[in-house]
Design a protein around this ligand. Structure first.
Ligand code: CAA
Length: 445
C-alpha cells in the first residue's frame, strides 16, 4: 500500500510581535509570569498592515512550491482551513491561487479548491480530505496543497487577548511523503458545545474556562475512540504528542490527562503506586463529586513525579517551542506543534525515522481528533529547510500603542490607515479593495 502523508511544510508568521511580559503585562497591571509561566506564552505574532490570511497563506505556499520545485500543474487540490475568513461565499483558496498565479506561468484552473470550517480542527480535517482523495486514486498523480491560515484576534479586553496570534502553515500532501505518513488509526470526540463561537462576527464569544473543560472532555473521548481502533496506547509508544496549542498551559493539562489515561492498569501505574497510590476508581467512591476530588488530588501528585516530568519533558515540551513565541494560530496551531517537535529532534540529533507521533487536534464547538503518524526517512532534510526561527527573530517588536493601532487596523468594523512596520520583500501584499469589495493582492519583488 502506498504511503500517503505530509511531504513538506512551510510556516509564515505574521511579521509583528507583541511581547507579553515586557509590553502587554505592564499595561494590564498583571504579573508577567501569568503569561510566561501560567499560560506559557512569551509573545504573540500579528499581521503587518499589508498582511492578512491570504498573504500569509500564499507566502507560505509560494515558499513551499518553490522549495519543492513545483508548478501549478503539480497541484490537483487546494484546501484552505481558516476561522478568519472574510467572505461567506468565495473561498480563501481562490484568493491564494490567484496570488500564486501572479508568479507562475501556469494556472490552477484544474485544481479543486475549497475552504474548511470547524474552528481550529479544520486544518487537520483538510489533511484528511487530501489523504482520502489520494488514497481513492482521484489525484491523477498530483499533490494536494493544504493551507491553515488565521489571524486569531480577540476583542480588546477579552481574557483571550493574551493568547492571540497570526500565521499560516502550508503543507504538501503526496504519495511516498518525506515527512510523515498518515494512518487510519484515528478517533473522534465530538459534541454540540457552546464554548467558543463567532456567530457572523469577527471576534469570538468565548467562555474561556468552559472552553478548557470542553477541550479536555472531547480530547479524552477522542483518545478512547482512537484506542478502540488502534488498541490501548502507552506513553512509550510515541516519540512526540503534538496537541492543538491555544496556549502551552492548555497542553500541560492535556498531557497530564493523557498520561494518566495511558498508564492506567499498566506496570507504570503499579510502580508509581508506591509513591502516590493507585489511580482512584469511580466504583470506590460514594458519588461523582467525591471521585472527581480524589482524581484532582491524584493528578496533582502524578504531576510532581519524576517519571511524569521526564516523559513530559521528552514527549510534550518540545512541541511547544514555536507556540510560546507566536501564540495561537487556530487552524495552524497543531501543525506548528508537530513542526516544533520535529525541529527539536533535528536540533538535538534524535533519529526519528520510523518513530510514531500521536497528534491531538481540537476545534471549539466542539471536536477533538486523535491520530497516529509515522515519521519518514526524509524528515530531517525536510524540517531543516524551515526558517521559522529567523522569521520569529526578525519580527517588529510593537509598543503597546502600536499594538492598539494594529488591532484596530485588522478590525473589520474599523477603517484606519496604518503605515507598514516592515518592508515587504519577495512576498504577496494586500493592496486594497476592488469594485465588488473583493480584496486585492500584488507580489512585491
Ligand atoms: N504566575 C504563574 N502562574 C500564574 C500567575 C502568576 N503570577 N497568575 C496566573 N497564573 C496561572 C493561573 O493559575 C492559570 O493556570 P492554571 O489554569 O494551571 O491554574 C493560568 O496562569 C491562567 O490564569 P487565569 O486562568 O487566571 O487566566 P485568565 O482567566 O485571564 O484566562 C483563559 C485564561 C480563560 C484561557 C483565557 O486566556 C481565554 O479565554 N483564552 C481563549 C480561550 C482558549 O484559548 N481556550 C482554550 C481551549 S479552547 C481551544 O483550544 C480553541 C481555541 O484555539 C480558542
Amino acid at each position: 500500500m502506498t504511503a500517503v502523508g505530509i511531504d513538506a511544510i512551510e510556516i509564515w508568521t505574521g511579521k509583528l510581535k507583541l511581547d507579553l511580559a515586557e509590553t502587554f503585562a505592564p499595561e494590564k497591571g498583571e504579573d508577567p509570569e501569568k503569561y510566561t509561566k501560567g499560560l506559557g506564552l512569551h509573545a504573540s505574532s500579528f499581521p503587518d498592515a499589508h498582511e492578512d490570511i491570504v498573504t500569509m497563506g500564499a507566502n507560505a505556499a509560494h515558499r513551499l512550491m518553490d522549495r519543492k520545485g513545483l508548478t501549478p500543474d503539480d497541484i490537483g487540490r487546494i484546501d484552505v482551513a481558516t476561522e478568519s475568513a472574510f467572505d461567506n461565499s468565495k473561498p480563501v483558496s481562490t484568493y491564494i491561487a490567484g496570488c500564486l498565479e501572479q508568479v507562475y506561468d501556469e494556472d490552477f484552473h484544474h485544481a479543486n479548491k475549497g475552504e474548511r470550517k470547524f474552528a481550529c480542527i479544520a486544518g487537520t480535517q483538510s489533511l484528511d480530505d487530501a489523504y482520502n482523495w489520494i488514497k481513492a486514486g482521484r489525484n491523477r498523480g498530483r499533490a494536494a496543497l493544504v493551507v491553515a491560515t488565521d489571524t486569531a484576534l480577540y476583542a480588546r479586553g477579552d481574557p483571550g487577548e493574551a493568547t492571540q496570534g497570526a500565521g499560516a502553515v502550508a503543507m504538501l500532501i503526496t504519495e511516498d511523503p518525506s515527512l510523515v505518513e498518515l494512518s487510519t488509526d484515528q478517533g473522534y470526540g465530538s459534541a454540540d458545545e457552546t464554548d467558543f463561537l463567532k456567530p457572523n462576527q469577527q471576534f469570538p464569544s468565548v467562555d474561556g474556562k468552559r472552553s478548557m473543560q470542553v477541550y479536555l472532555a472531547r480530547m479524552r473521548e477522542a483518545l478512547e475512540d482512537y484506542e478502540s481502533v488502534a488498541g490501548a496506547s502507552h506513553p512509550e509508544d510515541f516519540a512526540y504528542i503534538p496537541f492543538h496549542t491555544p496556549f502551552p498551559g492548555m497542553v500541560r493539562k492535556a498531557g497530564l490527562l493523557g498520561y494518566r489515561h495511558m498508564i492506567r492498569n499498566t506496570s507504570v501505574e503499579e510502580e508509581l503506586a508506591e509513591e502516590i497510590g493507585l489511580q482512584p476508581r469511580e466504583e470506590d467512591y460514594e458519588d461523582r463529586e467525591a471521585y472527581e476530588e480524589a482524581i484532582r488530588n491524584h493528578m496533582d501528585d502524578l504531576k510532581s513525579t519524576a517519571e511524569y516530568q521526564e516523559w513530559y519533558g521528552e514527549v510534550i515540551e518540545p512541541t511547544l517551542s514555536i507556540a510560546r513565541q507566536v501564540g495561537n494560530w487556530y487552524t495552524g496551531s497543531v501543525h506548528i506543534a508537530r513542526a516544533s517537535a520535529l525541529k527539536s529532534a533535528a536540533e538535538t540529533g534524535v533519529d526519528l525515522a520510523g518513530e510514531r507521533l500521536l497528534v491531538g487536534s481540537y476545534g471549539s464547538g466542539a471536536q477533538a481528533e486523535i491520530h497516529a503518524e509515522t515519521v519518514r526517512d526524509g524528515w530531517k532534510d525536510e524540517i531543516e529547510q524551515l526558517n521559522v526561527d529567523e522569521q520569529i527573530e526578525g519580527r517588529y517588536d510593537l509598543s503597546f500603542e502600536e499594538y492598539e493601532n494594529v488591532h484596530d487596523r485588522h478590525n473589520h468594523d474599523k477603517t484606519i490607515e496604518m503605515e507598514d512596520f516592515t518592508v515587504p520583500d519577495e512576498e504577496f501584499v494586500f493592496t486594497g479593495r476592488g469594485r465588488m469589495n473583493e480584496r486585492l493582492y500584488d507580489f512585491v519583488e
